[in-house]
Design a binder for this molecule. Structure first.
Ligand code: MD6
Ligand code: FE
Length: 224
């Protein structure tokens, strides 16, 4: 574990915040948790509200026909979708038939700065998947492999009630470590870690002072 000071960009974004403890934890080569990097989320939450007013949270169906316990929305040029025909990215929201809401500048700046902090310069996400977990919701082990260029990292921002993140290996049966993600934590992974299996354990009952009984995760990708 190494501790880092806030870099210039982060100080500009969050200089008025009394951020919690900020420290960087390496999970393996290519993956790190930037604990507290998103501060108290006060720049992000109004933007999450704006996006999900235009593109409401919905529980998608997996290709095998199960309704996901996590509710999802998207912003940016591309949105992640699951339905009976499979997983894919699409440029329109099937609920509205319109383009996904544009990615708020505060989202793109945070994702790019976090990626650089973790050693991935020049990350410019074109997709942000917004996941909403209520107690009991979970995400089973999966790889993120629907993107074109695996040299680009993924940046994941956690807000609200805590969740245990499962972080495995390159094979589904490899043992997984458990990482507690709390409000403001950012996970960055890429390089040799890009295709590791991962998931989220069923979220336990908690109440967050700002978010209530809810966890929001923003996952940033470069799809095209
Ligand atoms: C979540 N995250 O934390 C789900 N994928 O709610 C992911 O599936 C994920 O956090 C790739 C990279 C980072 C992630
Ligand atoms: Fe994932």
């Amino acid at each position: 574990m190494t501790r880092h000071k806030q870099d210039g960009l982060t100080m500009n974004l969050f200089d008025s915040l009394d951020a919690g403890e900020l420290w960087q934890e390496a999970l393996c080569p290519g993956a790190a948790v930037l604990h507290g990097y998103a501060g108290d989320g006060r720049l992000l939450l109004p933007a999450v509200h704006d996006v999900t007013t235009l593109a409401p949270f919905r529980q998608m169906v997996t290709p095998s026909g199960f309704r996901m316990s996590v509710a999802m929305s998207n912003c940016g040029s591309f949105g992640w979708l699951s339905d009976k025909s499979g997983y894919r990215y699409g440029s329109t929201d099937p609920l509205s038939g319109r383009a996904w809401p544009r990615m708020p500048d505060s989202f793109a700046r945070l994702a790019s700065a976090a990626a650089a902090q973790a050693g991935f310069d020049g990350f410019e996400p074109d997709a942000c998947l917004i996941n909403r977990y209520e107690p009991g919701a979970r995400l089973s082990l999966h790889q993120d492999k629907d993107e074109r260029d695996f040299s680009q990292p993924i940046v994941s921002v956690s807000l609200g009630i805590p969740a245990v993140f499962l972080f495995g290996g390159l094979s589904r049966t490899d043992p997984a470590i458990r990482v507690l993600l709390t409000h403001g934590d950012v996970v960055v992974w890429g390089g040799p870690a890009r295709l590791r299996y991962h998931g989220v354990m069923p979220v336990k009952e908690h109440n967050h002072p700002i978010m209530g009984r809810c966890r929001i995760n923003l996952t940033f990708r470069k799809v095209m």
